[in-house]
Write a protein that binds this ligand. Structure first.
Ligand code: HEM
Length: 445
């Protein structure tokens, strides 16, 4: 097999240093230089990057040619060994079939009032003239929404405690490079997991003992659900624990990051906030109304294009694939980057310009994005399970804030991105509250 494009051996050291400093910037440069498929590193630390739709085609099909665990096993310290995200083969498909209905659109839409209630509670604490990190404020709000959605209201008084206990483990897996299983950060992550598990297993035991079934929350679903295509077997307590905790891990920092970038872009680009407010209006946010807010949809899509929180992901090949005309052999670690692909000028005219109207099918000059050129949630059989929940949350939060509050952005410079597992605005998004109108209407479905 011919050598794949990529930096020559003598440049690998320098590439490694640059990758550590600015991984996404470096992948952008390597893509410009070597094209859609290129290899960096050597031996077991050799990675092949696949950028753009031609390179993506086989990466997002044929689930049996890939294995996820070699790339995702770092998250096992938080997620456990049976989480969907680290599972493989038949185990993966069974667990995914069981978990997926918990995220169907009907169940998600039923949680809109809860989302509205939490964001209004957050807005209710903001006063005119106050300086805030609006990313951090909404991140705390999302944490409460995620906990209530997963565990229901009875457990919600413990939601903040559970979030606090888990945070050191989330911080550990969020670091950019493969993590070493020794040292203080690893021990903190282990302790965080043990202390989170005490709460989660206690809640599982309580529900099993009380035989509380049929609730709206995800935990109730997981305790009740069985594989629709299997023999009716349910998830074990360990499997339930792993799904619940991994869903917090997969959903909370990513969604918060997306809200942070959307807030920044909406405030930094003239006219966006005003157009959003005009579209959102005063009517309560319901599932039906959300579907009609096309400008909001464009703003969120454009933010996920420029700053996709899952900025890169990967799998190991256990069979051969073809990518943009090159053959990749079994054993290769293949990575893709929504961040880089979604900034390639060939697919995205003026790629660095934040232009929500590029998503409006009725706008003059609309060009439909090429298939697999927009992959903030991945694609194919391992596509993000929580994408509809994430999009609903982002839209509800942005609409409620937009219609109630005016901010002055304290720093208009684009924040640097931090982390590639949940790319977020480094240092936050700092604003001063110019005016705030507390909403009178109750949250309704
Ligand atoms: C803006 C927010 C989010 C982004 C950008 C995002 C992104 C992604 C991406 C790119 C993948 C695919 C990785 C791959 O190709 O291997 C993924 C997988 C996954 N996501 Fe998300 N995600 C978000 C929110 C959520 C939420 C809210 C949840 C659930 C509460 C969630 C649960 C999952 C799960 C379980 C998987 C693994 C699916 C599988 O392997 O079958 N995500 N996510």
């Amino acid at each position: 097999m011919a050598r794949l494009p990529g930096p020559p051996l003598w440049q690998q050291g320098l590439t490694g240093v640059r990758m550590r400093r600015d991984p996404l910037g470096e992948i952008m440069k390597l893509h410009e230089r070597y094209g859609p498929v290129f290899a960096i590193g050597a031996g077991p630390l050799k990675y092949v990057w696949l950028i753009g739709p031609e390179a993506h085609r086989e990466l997002f099909t044929g689930i049996d040619r890939f294995e996820w665990r070699p790339v995702t096993k770092v998250v096992e310290v938080v997620d456990g060994k049976t989480a969907v995200v680290v599972s493989h083969g038949e185990d993966h498909q069974r667990r995914r079939r069981i978990v997926q209905p918990a995220f169907n659109i009907r169940r998600i839409e039923a949680q809109i009032p809860l989302m509205v209630e939490e964001v209004r509670r957050t807005i209710g604490r903001w006063t005119v003239g106050a300086d805030l990190d609006v990313y951090e404020e909404l991140r705390q709000c999302i944490r409460r929404i995620v906990m209530r959605a997963l565990f229901g209201d009875r457990f919600s008084n413990q939601a903040d405690e559970l979030g606090d206990r888990l945070q050191p483990a989330l911080d550990f897996v969020d670091r950019p490079l493969p993590q070493i299983k020794i040292g203080p950060a690893w021990r903190r992550a282990r302790r965080a997991r043990r202390s989170t598990d005490e709460l989660v297993f206690a809640e599982i035991a309580r529900r099993r003992a009380e035989n509380t079934t049929g609730g709206d929350d995800v935990l109730s679903w997981l305790l009740d659900a069985s594989d629709p295509e299997g023999d009716g077997a349910r998830l074990s307590d360990q499997e339930v624990r792993d799904q619940v905790v991994s869903l917090i891990a997969a959903g909370y920092e990513t969604t918060s990051a997306a809200v942070g970038w959307t807030m920044w872009a909406s405030l930094a680009n003239p006219g966006v906030w005003e157009r959003l407010r005009a579209e959102v209006g005063d009517e309560p946010i319901t599932a039906e109304r959300l579907r009609t807010l096309t400008y909001l949809d464009g703003v969120v899509s454009e933010s996920l294009r420029l700053w996709p929180p899952g900025a890169a992901a990967g799998r190991k090949l256990i069979g051969e694939i073809e990518a943009a005309g090159l053959r990749l052999r079994a054993g290769t670690i293949a990575l893709y980057s929504p961040y880089v692909t979604q900034r390639v000028p060939q697919y995205w005219p003026d790629p660095l310009v934040f232009r929500p109207d590029r998503w409006d099918k009725n706008a003059p000059g609309y060009v439909e994005p090429a298939p697999l050129s927009y992959v903030p949630f991945g694609a194919g059989p391992r596509r993000c399970l929580g994408f509809a929940l994430a999009l609903t949350e982002i839209k509800v939060l942005i609409s409620e804030v937009v219609r109630a509050v005016d901010f002055d952005l304290l720093d208009t410079a684009e924040p640097a991105g931090e982390s590639i597992a949940s790319l977020r605005p480094k240092g936050g998004v700092h604003v001063r509250v110019r005016s705030v109108r507390q909403p009178a209407a109750p949250a309704t479905t």
